[in-house]
Each structure stands twice: as structure tokens, then as C-alpha cells.
Ligand binder design. Structure first.
Ligand SMILES: Nc1ncnc2c1ncn2[C@@H]1O[C@H](COP(=O)(O)OP(=O)(O)OP(=O)(O)O)[C@@H](O)[C@H]1O
Ligand SMILES: [Mg+2]
Length: 361
């Protein structure tokens, strides 16, 4: 296969669209993924994630656009002729086959010599640390162990592109977090290029070097996790990734935005004419709460109406003078659940210039 130099995209998705009848499930997606990259597609249910992945694997044909892998246009190639392996949303292991035979299945079907099958299965078992479980059947394994076998089965054929559709969806939170780290280590070790789909933003941010936020078939923003979190390009992305306070306002001058309850002072001048309607986004962890304060920019007095205790932090819900709500996340530095504020307390919320993102979309 004709391979591009490393600085070029290994996987190139060009203006790919998928229509099911009159319904457009994927809408003009453009995306380049580098060799060895772990890329995550993030979006709510039904936004087109699996459909996009299925077009990469060859299970669906794009209505328009093309998919190029290692410089080769994949149009017209059936799934088994693509150097791609997809681990499905519900990765079904063959229940009647042992772990060993599950991993060997695709290799045998491809007619690999016995010695080669043996060597690859053993290599995969070591990789996912399941060597001592080789003779067990899937029902004799935990969810996390089954997941590792499914991954070993996907990697056994040494695909150039690994597609993971909600790989950890079946696992509980704790096991999920452990497995995320394991999975990244295994993918890195093999050096395979990986596109994964998830609706869990923490998972996407933890595992991937870049993420794309998808909505209604389109990619709204592509970037490194910190970039998308700290510099969302739209209200939708700001709201979708993490927790956020969104305040509608009007630009006063380059450095100030007036909202119903507060005047925002920005750290950098905002390139927009006075009078333009914008939305100011402030993450709850960037807001500080104090019992006392003075009126001024970037601060507002509110009344605690509710709080959620998360152990490591407490999220306070304040009611502002206009009736709008403001969420502030305060770290719990002391033990014994002593909270800084109670429901009904009047408090001052404040933040630094630069804590805000001004959004026009
Ligand atoms: N074969 C099909 N025929 C008609 N519509 C389909 C078909 N496959 C998917 N769709 C529709 O396309 C949209 C996108 O589906 P898709 O499975 O890609 O969503 P998703 O983002 O993977 O969602 P989830 O997170 O729930 O898995 C949905 O509205 C779905 O109903
Ligand atoms: Mg899906």
C-alpha cells in the first residue's frame, strides 16, 4: 500500500455524507487522522457516530464523499478487503468458543497457517494479559475481561485502522476508568491508528489525543481535549462538554459584555462591534465563592438555592438577582463534609478576566 509521509493524514474523510431515504444521518464530514493517533467521536445518541464508523469499515456506502486510507481510496472495497477492524457497540464474543478460539477465529477463517495462528493468538493473549484465561468460555469472564478478549480479537488480524464503537459501554464506572488506561496502553503499544466512538466525554478526553464533537450528522468542533473544553466554538459545544454557565449579553466595548446580572470584564479585547448580542460561557470551577464582596465587574451576589456534594467538590446552585441560576464548583479541602455555605446563604461569586469564553454561535 502506498503510504504517505508521517506528517500527512493517514485516514482522510472527505465531505462524507450518508442519507437513509430523506434522512441525512451524516452531513458533509471532513476529517484527517494521523498515523498512530487515537481519535474520539463524541456526540449524543442518534447524531451519526456509528454510521460514520460503519462507512469507514465498509458496512455502509457513503451517499457522497470519499474515505482514503494510506493514500488509497476505499470506495467499492468490501469490509474484508479493508485493512480495518471494527469492534462493535455490542461486541459479541462467540459464547460456545473458548477465549483462545475467539481470538483465533478470524485468523483461521483467513486461512493462516497453524503456527502463525498460534503465535498471533499467544501474542494477543499476552498483550491483553489474558494468557491464564485462554481455555475459559466468555460467560466465565468478567465484563472487563470479555472486553479485553474482544479487543484481542479485533487486533489479531493486525488492522491498520482500529474502529471502536462504545468499547467500554458495558462496563461499570470504576472498571471503565481502569480499562480506559489499559486500552490506551495497548493501542499505543501496537501503534495502530484508532477512531473510537463514545457518548462519554470524560472517556473521550481521557483516551484521545483529539476529539470531534458531533451533532445531527456534522462535526461541530475538532481539537485537543483541552482546546475543546477551554475554547469551545459554540454554545452547543460549551454545553455538551462539561458543565457551564451560559449568560446572554451585549458587547459594550472591546473588553466588556453586559449581561442581566453582571458585567463581564474580558482579559483580551473581543473583536465585535458594540451592541452585538453574544453569549458568555463560564465553567463552574472557575467561579470562586466568598461570604463578602463588593459590586464590580466579574462578580455578582446570589443566594444558595441548592448544592450537590460529590465528595471531592461541591456544586453550588445560586439564584442571581434576575432569577437566573449560576453554578459554582468548590473543592472540598476539609474533611467531615463541612460545607462552606448552606441553602439560603447570601454569597458573592467572582471570577478572573479570562475565565470567560465569548460565543457568537
Ligand atoms: N439503516 C438505517 N436506516 C435508517 N436510518 C438509520 C439507519 N441507521 C441509522 N439510522 C439513523 O441515523 C441516525 C444516526 O444513527 P447512528 O447509529 O449513527 O447514531 P449514533 O450516534 O451511533 O447513536 P448511539 O449513541 O445511540 O449509538 C439515527 O437517527 C438512526 O435512526
Ligand atoms: Mg452508535
Amino acid at each position: 500500500m502506498n503510504t504517505p509521509p508521517d506528517n500527512q493524514a493517514f485516514l482522510r474523510i472527505e465531505a462524507v455524507t450518508k442519507d437513509f431515504g430523506s434522512f441525512r444521518a451524516v452531513d458533509g464530514v471532513n476529517l484527517d487522522v494521523a498515523r498512530g493517533e487515537i481519535f474520539a467521536l463524541l456526540g449524543s445518541s442518534g447524531c451519526g457516530k456509528s454510521t460514520l464508523l460503519r462507512m469507514l469499515a465498509g458496512f455502509e456506502t457513503p451517499s457522497a464523499g470519499r474515505v482514503v486510507l494510506g493514500g488509497v481510496d476505499l470506495a467499492g472495497r468490501p469490509p474484508y478487503e479493508r485493512p480495518v477492524n471494527m469492534m462493535f457497540q455490542s461486541y459479541a464474543l462467540f459464547p460456545h468458543l473458548s477465549v483462545w478460539d475467539n481470538i483465533a477465529f478470524g485468523l483461521r477463517r483467513d486461512g493462516l497457517p497453524r503456527a502463525e495462528v498460534q503465535a498471533r493468538v499467544e501474542e494477543m493473549l499476552r498483550l491483553v494479559q489474558m494468557t491464564s484465561f485462554a481455555t475459559r468460555k466468555p460467560h466465565q469472564l468478567s465484563g472487563g475481561q470479555q472486553q479485553r478478549v474482544a479487543l484481542a480479537r479485533s487486533l489479531a488480524k493486525r488492522p491498520q485502522l482500529l474502529l471502536l464503537d462504545e468499547p467500554l459501554g458495558a462496563l461499570d464506572k470504576k472498571l471503565r476508568e481502569e480499562t480506559q488506561i489499559e486500552l490506551v496502553n495497548i493501542i499505543r503499544q501496537i501503534g495502530v491508528t484508532c477512531v473510537m466512538v463514545t457518548h462519554d466525554q470524560e472517556e473521550a478526553m481521557m483516551m484521545a489525543s483529539r476529539i470531534a464533537v458531533m451533532s445531527q450528522g456534522r462535526l461541530l468542533q475538532i481539537g485537543a481535549p483541552a482546546e475543546v473544553y477551554e475554547s469551545p466554538s459554540s454554545r452547543f459545544v460549551a454545553d455538551f462538554i462539561g458543565n457551564v454557565n451560559l449568560m446572554d449579553g451585549t458587547v459594550e466595548d472591546g473588553a466588556h459584555v453586559r449581561c442581566a446580572d453582571v458585567v463581564h470584564e474580558l482579559s483580551e479585547p473581543f473583536a465585535a462591534g458594540a451592541g452585538q448580542a453574544v453569549t458568555v460561557a463560564v465553567r463552574p470551577e472557575k467561579i470562586r465563592l466568598d461570604a463578602a464582596g463588593t459590586a464590580g465587574a466579574n462578580q455578582v451576589q446570589g443566594v444558595v438555592r441548592a448544592f450537590s456534594y460529590f465528595g471531592d467538590a461541591t456544586m453550588y446552585h445560586l439564584e442571581l438577582p434576575s432569577g437566573a441560576r449560576l453554578k459554582a464548583n468548590v473543592e472540598n479541602e476539609r474533611r467531615h463534609g463541612e460545607l462552606a455555605f448552606a441553602v439560603g446563604d447570601s454569597v458573592w461569586a467572582s471570577w478572573q478576566p479570562g475565565a470567560q469564553v465569548v460565543l457568537t454561535e
